[in-house]
Design a protein around this ligand. Structure first.
Ligand code: HEC
Ligand code: HEC
Length: 359
């Protein structure tokens, strides 16, 4: 009975000796060279008129976490095949790459992902914080990150171990494989949350800093009008700076469906989801050709021709594809030029040249 009292007393004394914000110093195998674990909170950057970015309490954005995430993003240390995340997600293509990805789908760009809640073409991942786990999983042919190979590489890289300590207060080489992969994924998610684009010509137009050309303005009108292009139901509007509704739709690319073209159905098993894919953002769309989940269209001209006169009938076409009855939006040649000029006003070159994101 008295022993318990003693424990409580000792615990109380210990807590009162350590002030809440005192840095914890890790005296590990490297003596006291680890430095402080006292991460600096970082404010997610975002659009003035946009809801707050999802910044979960279990993995809040910190300066140290982002530095570590950036380092891992560009480092080949996670792979035995000489790959890094940036091998497939390259700045000049808005952090994608104009080839097919390993499993037969187009590579998705990394842009404003901090506002999403479903990842991948079919929404197979729900959490940005855990999105890299699939890459790190044992047997993944592109990272081939089995526990031993990563561990031995991390053991040799003391500065990297110190970065994990500074970001998360963990001794990364002493963790279990799953814990280690979680922290790698957390750091990458933090970096991905800083990959924010909000300075396209269209953003500057919204801020009153620049005006649209008559052709771009006409293109916006075509995009926003139900009786013209009718794109905004799925791809958003000027009040939605992500330029996607983040939902899944069948946009009438195919009349029959098999294999990967089954889309979100492969995740949910619900026949209503046949042929549905996540609406991609149109931000920086000029940079991320070719287009669609299977890279079938090489240019924006081909995409616009498809929406104008190439829609394919099937029982699964989204009701929002209201022009399906007439085979497409039937846009005139000059309207097509305007629509494409508007889409190009969503290009943000300061994003792809941002030194905080570049290696
Ligand atoms: C071999 C090429 C390749 C490499 C390397 C690669 N990715 Fe990807 N990434 C892809 C492809 C392909 C997709 C689209 C997958 C799909 O949904 O079918 C994708 C999608 C993503 C997405 C979802 C984007 C969205 O809009 O939903 C995230 C996040 C992502 N990758 C992060 C990473 C991270 C972090 C790394 C490094 C650990 C990485 N990727 C390495 C090819 C790659
Ligand atoms: C019913 C919803 C819907 C409507 C309406 C719609 N889209 Fe799409 N859009 C999608 C979906 C879903 C995809 C991805 C489809 C896929 O890859 O299978 C897509 C893909 C695209 C792409 C390629 C994106 C990329 O990264 O590969 C462009 C460009 C595009 N749409 C532009 C437009 C334009 C312009 C209009 C109006 C003429 C329009 N969309 C109307 C849902 C829609």
């Amino acid at each position: 009975m008295y022993r318990w009292l003693l424990y409580i007393l000792i615990t109380f004394i210990c807590f009162s000796c350590q002030k809440e914000n005192d840095p914890i110093v890790y005296e590990g195998s490297l003596g006291s060279n680890w430095g402080d674990y006292n991460p600096t909170p970082k404010e997610p950057k975002g659009f003035d008129f946009f809801p707050e970015m999802h910044n979960p309490s279990f993995n809040p954005l910190t300066e140290e976490g982002v530095v570590l995430g950036k380092s891992l993003y560009y480092d080949k240390i996670l792979s035995t095949n000489g790959l890094s995340c940036s091998s497939c997600h390259l700045p000049q293509y808005s952090y994608s790459l104009p080839v097919m990805g390993p499993v037969g789908t187009a590579i998705l760009p990394h842009i404003n992902l901090g506002w999403y809640n479903k990842f991948g073409w079919t929404g197979s991942e729900d959490h940005l914080d855990y999105v890299a786990l699939a890459d790190l999983a044992e047997g993944n042919p592109f990272f081939n990150a089995n526990s031993d190979s990563i561990l031995s590489r991390f053991q040799k890289d003391v500065p990297l171990q110190q970065m994990f300590w500074k970001a998360f207060g963990v001794k990364i080489v002493e963790l279990s494989v799953s814990e280690r992969n979680n922290y790698i994924s957390f750091a990458l998610a933090q970096f991905l949350r800083t990959m924010v684009s909000d300075n396209s010509k269209f953003d500057r137009y919204l801020r009153g800093e620049e005006s649209l050309t008559p052709s771009e303005a006409s293109g916006l009108d075509i995009f926003m009008s139900e009786d013209k292009g009718d794109c905004f139901h799925c791809h958003g509007n000027p009040q939605n700076p992500l330029w996607t509704d983040k939902e899944f739709h069948n946009n009438a690319l195919n009349s029959t469906f098999s294999g990967l073209d089954l889309g979100r159905y492969l995740v949910t098993g619900d026949s209503n989801d046949i042929g549905k894919f996540k609406t991609p953002t149109l931000r920086n769309i000029e940079l991320s050709a070719p287009y669609m989940h299977d890279n079938r269209f090489a240019t924006l001209e081909e995409v616009v021709n498809f929406y104008s006169e190439g829609l394919q009938h099937s029982p699964y076409v989204d009701p929002l594809m209201q022009k399906i009855g007439q085979g497409g939006a039937q846009i005139s040649p000059s309207q097509k030029v305007d629509l494409i000029n508007f889409l190009k006003s969503l290009t943000d070159t300061s994003f792809i040249n941002n030194p905080e994101i570049l290696n």
